[in-house]
Design a protein around this ligand. Sequence first.
Ligand code: FAD
Length: 392
Amino acid sequence: MNKQALVVGLGFAGAVVARSLADAGFTVTAFEKRPNIAGNMFEYERSNGVRVHMYGPHIFHTDLKHVFNYVSSFSSFYPYSHRVLGMIDGVLVPIPYNFTSIDKHFSPSKAESLKRKLLSEYPQDSRVPVSDLLRHSDPEIAGLGGFVFDKVFKNYTAKQWGTPVEELDPAVLRRVPVVIGEDDRYFHDAIQMMPLMGYTELFDNMLRHPNIHAHLNSDALNRIRPHVSSGKILLDGVPFQGPVCYTGSVDELFDYVLGSLPYRSLELHMEDHPVDLYQPASVVNYPNDEAFTRITEFKHMTLQDLPCATTIMKEYPMDYQPGGRLIPFYPIQSDRNKKLYQDYLALCEKYEDLFLCGRLAEYKYYNMDAVIDRALTVSTRIKETPRYEQEG
Ligand SMILES: Cc1cc2nc3c(=O)[nH]c(=O)nc-3n(C[C@H](O)[C@H](O)[C@H](O)COP(=O)(O)OP(=O)(O)OC[C@H]3O[C@@H](n4cnc5c(N)ncnc54)[C@H](O)[C@@H]3O)c2cc1C
């Protein structure tokens, strides 16, 4: 009999583990509760021909060469530099805020003075946290920090998290940069690419392997459950003899016995428009005057040449309720929630064959590159576990 493995969820976390174990000779049974593979990266074509990301825009960016090499074995990629504009005081300006943004918001003499001072304080093209500018001893630089904080960051973040900005972790503010120069790329990773035929095809290639048996429309929790007295995961009531890689929500796995882990979600509204292009960039942020946070126009990312047809997506942040129609997108990091997650982890430790991987199972925001890296590490751990090395 072959070595057996179970994988729950077919986003990047589950798909990478499934493929790595299949390559190592495991027979992998995978359950995905949605009707499609690719998790939140799922991409499909609208009736107007535009390829869209169903769960929000996903841009592949990384400094991890081995991760890019890994995904490149399942798809060709094309270079893509993501650019974001923000509608601030009725003007579209680059985000992160940069010298072009300063030129658009201030008089020529004020803008020149600000840029000269910034260049005398910080290296050209560096990204300075807005929190550093706010604390600066020069009132003009601190004033710019205050302007960016108020107009770009404060209301956007309050909308995104449904919380006044004062209640957020100060680390969030340290991650908001101002660019000392004209570079208007949103990300500054060495590798910024998009899969040539889209993420769904990449996943399709990754999961096309004779050892992988993927079941769509299959909620794993109808088939598996943790059995505390044996310390085993039961599959259809029988102890499963092999690793179980779980990428769903950890509170759901234990039937919310300790309470539910809170998430922030999004209502995603897709609109088709009979025009060549709707807006001048892939993403336009609306920090202040609208209920939505941003509009994505997918044609800027897919680079499709489709006259008189485009599709946009508006994002309305919402609270997430377990069992409701929304998706748990962003873990809400607070001391209480981190402690609750640790309590769930303590439950998981009783199950030696259970391996948690991914944004839901680890209650953590992961970018795609980080989750792929993590899934490769989890796969290696499973493959190197002596009790799985012999054939079962
Ligand atoms: C709006 C938004 C935009 C983002 N943009 C970017 C970006 O531009 N670049 C970037 O690098 N990252 C981005 N991310 C992060 C990216 O989405 C994550 O890194 C990625 O989804 C993590 O993969 P995962 O496999 O852990 O989770 P998911 O993709 O969510 O996959 C988990 C899968 O498990 C399935 N599942 C759950 N429970 C069960 C069950 N009981 N039975 C069966 N199946 C189950 C789910 O249906 C889902 O398909 C973005 C995230 C969001 C929310």
